[in-house]
Write a protein that binds this ligand. Structure first.
Ligand SMILES: Cc1cc2nc3c(=O)[nH]c(=O)nc-3n(C[C@H](O)[C@H](O)[C@H](O)COP(=O)(O)O)c2cc1C
Length: 404
C-alpha cells in the first residue's frame, strides 16, 4: 500500500463507475453500456464511412512528444488566458445538441461541472434548455453557439438573447449549413426528434436505469431555443423549422452582420482552410475553432490536428486558434498546443460523462484530462502552458506565433 500513487489511493474509495472509468475511452465504454443504442450512436457516429471521425483520433496517435524531464517542476501550472479570462486549464466544453437526452437537465449538469473545473461551457443552438434557463443557473464563463439562418433576423435574435443573458462569447458554427449524412442514425431509425422503432424500444428495455431516469424527461426533450413565446409546438415542428432555417448560402457579409450585433468575442467554428482563417482576421473575428464537427459533416475532411498548423501560421498569433475533434487524452491537448492551438474543445467526451453519472460524470471526465495534461507536462519537463512549443514535438517544429 505504501508505494501507491495518490490517484490510486483516491480510486480505492471511488464509486465503481469512477474506478472503471479511468480514461476517456473507458468512459465511452460505460456510456455505451448505459445508453440505448440509437442514443449512443447519435453521439458516437460520424458522417458516411466515418473516415474523418477515425482520422481525427488516429492523427493524434501519429504525433510523438520529445520529453526533456530534467526541466523538472514540483507543480505544473495548467492555466491559460483566453479572451482576457483566466482558465484553469486549456479546455472548453464544446457545444453538443440535445445534451439533455443523455441525462436530465444535461446542459446545466455539464455547465456546472465546467464552471467547477474553471473552464467555459458553450451552449449549443440545439440545447434542450433555453439560453435564458441556463443563464439563470449562473454557470460562467458561458458561451453561446449559433448558425446563419435563412431568416437572418433569427440569427440576430439568438445573438441578442445571448448578449442580454450575459454570455461571454458567441460561436458561429459554419460547417453545418447542410446536415451530414449520419448513416448510423439511418440504420437505427434514429431521428430528430428522437422516436424509437420496435428494435430501438426493445434495446431500451435493457437500459432500465437510463429509461427510469429519463421517464419524465423524454416528453420534454425539445429544441428550447426554437420555441417562440406563447407557442407550444411539438418536436417535429421544431426540428423541421430548424432544418429549413439553415442557409447554405451564407457569406462573409453574414459574419460582418453578426460582428455588428455581437459586442463580445466572436469565434468561427469549423475553419480548416488557412485562407478562411486569414479572411476571418479582416472581418473582425476574435478567434477560430479548427474543427470538422467531430467527423459528422464532410467525411473527406482532414484530421483537425493535421489542418491546425497551416491555420495557426495563417493567423500568425493575431487571434487565438482553438481545436476540437478526437481529443481523447491529455497528451492530445499538449500536442494541439504544441502545434499552435491555445486551447481545445471537447465534444463526445462530455456526453460520455453525462451518460455515466450526470454532473459528477462530466466533472470526472474533466479531471481525467486535467490529470493527464499535468502528468504529460511533468514527464516532458513543461512547467507552464507557455512552455508547450513545437520543441516538444518529435521531430521538432517551429510554432513561435501561438497565442498563449
Ligand atoms: C452529439 C453531438 C452533437 C453536436 N452538436 C453540435 C451543435 O449543436 N453545434 C455545434 O457547433 N457542434 C456540435 N457538435 C460538434 C462538436 O461541437 C464538436 O465539434 C465535435 O464533437 C468535436 O469532436 P469530438 O466529439 O471528437 O470531441 C456536436 C457533436 C456531437 C457528438
Amino acid at each position: 500500500m505504501r508505494d501507491r500513487e495518490p490517484a490510486q489511493r483516491v480510486n480505492a474509495v471511488a464509486p465503481a463507475w469512477k474506478q472503471r472509468g479511468f480514461s476517456i475511452e473507458a468512459m465511452r465504454d460505460l456510456a455505451r453500456a448505459a445508453l440505448p443504442r440509437p442514443v449512443f450512436d447519435y453521439a458516437d457516429g460520424g458522417a458516411e464511412d466515418e473516415r474523418a471521425l477515425r482520422r481525427n483520433e488516429t492523427a493524434f496517435g501519429e504525433i510523438e512528444l520529445l520529453p526533456r524531464p530534467l526541466n523538472g517542476a514540483a507543480e505544473r501550472d495548467l492555466s491559460v488566458t483566453l479572451f482576457g479570462q483566466k482558465l484553469k486549464m486549456p479546455l472548453i466544453v464544446g457545444p453538443t445538441g440535445l445534451s439533455g437526452l443523455f441525462w436530465p437537465d444535461g446542459e446545466s449538469c455539464a455547465a456546472r461541472a465546467a464552471t467547477a473545473a474553471g473552464i467555459p461551457y458553450c451552449l449549443s443552438h440545439a440545447s434542450v434548455c433555453t439560453i435564458e434557463d441556463l443563464a439563470a443557473r449562473g454557470p460562467a464563463p458561458r458561451w453561446m453557439q449559433v448558425f446563419i439562418y435563412k431568416d437572418r433576423g433569427f440569427t440576430r435574435e439568438l445573438a441578442e438573447r445571448a448578449q442580454a443573458a450575459g454570455y461571454g462569447a458567441l460561436v458561429l458554427t459554419t460547417d453545418n449549413q447542410l446536415l451530414g449524412h449520419r448513416e448510423r442514425d439511418l440504420r437505427n431509425g434514429f431521428t430528430i426528434p428522437p422516436s424509437f422503432g420496435p428494435a430501438g424500444l426493445a434495446g431500451m428495455a435493457l437500459k432500465a436505469e437510463w429509461l427510469w431516469r429519463m421517464r419524465k424527461e423524454l416528453s420534454r426533450v425539445t429544441f428550447g431555443n426554437y420555441v417562440r413565446p406563447g407557442e407550444n409546438p411539438d418536436m417535429k415542428t421544431l426540428a423541421a423549422r430548424m432544418g429549413a432555417l439553415l442557409d447554405p448560402a451564407m457569406a462573409w457579409s453574414d459574419v460582418d452582420e453578426l460582428r455588428r450585433v455581437w459586442t463580445g468575442p466572436l469565434i468561427l467554428k469549423g475553419v480548416l482552410h488557412p485562407a478562411e482563417a486569414r479572411a476571418a482576421l479582416d472581418h473582425g473575428v476574435d478567434g477560430l475553432v479548427v474543427s470538422n464537427h467531430g467527423g459528422r459533416q464532410v467525411d473527406a475532411a482532414p484530421a483537425t490536428i493535421d489542418a491546425l498548423p497551416a491555420v495557426a501560421e495563417a493567423v500568425a498569433g493575431r487571434m487565438p486558434v482553438l481545436l476540437d475533434g478526437g481529443v481523447r487524452r491529455g497528451a492530445d491537448v499538449v500536442k494541439a498546443l504544441a502545434l499552435g492551438a491555445t486551447a481545445c474543445l471537447l465534444g463526445r467526451p462530455t456526453l460520455w460523462g453525462l451518460a455515466t453519472a450526470g454532473e459528477a460524470g462530466v466533472a470526472h471526465v474533466l479531471d481525467i484530462y486535467r490529470r493527464e495534461i499535468d502528468r504529460v507536462m511533468g514527464l516532458c519537463g513543461l512547467a507552464r502552458i507557455a512552455d508547450i512549443t513545437g520543441d516538444v514535438v518529435f521531430p521538432r517544429v517551429n510554432t513561435a506565433t501561438r497565442i498563449r
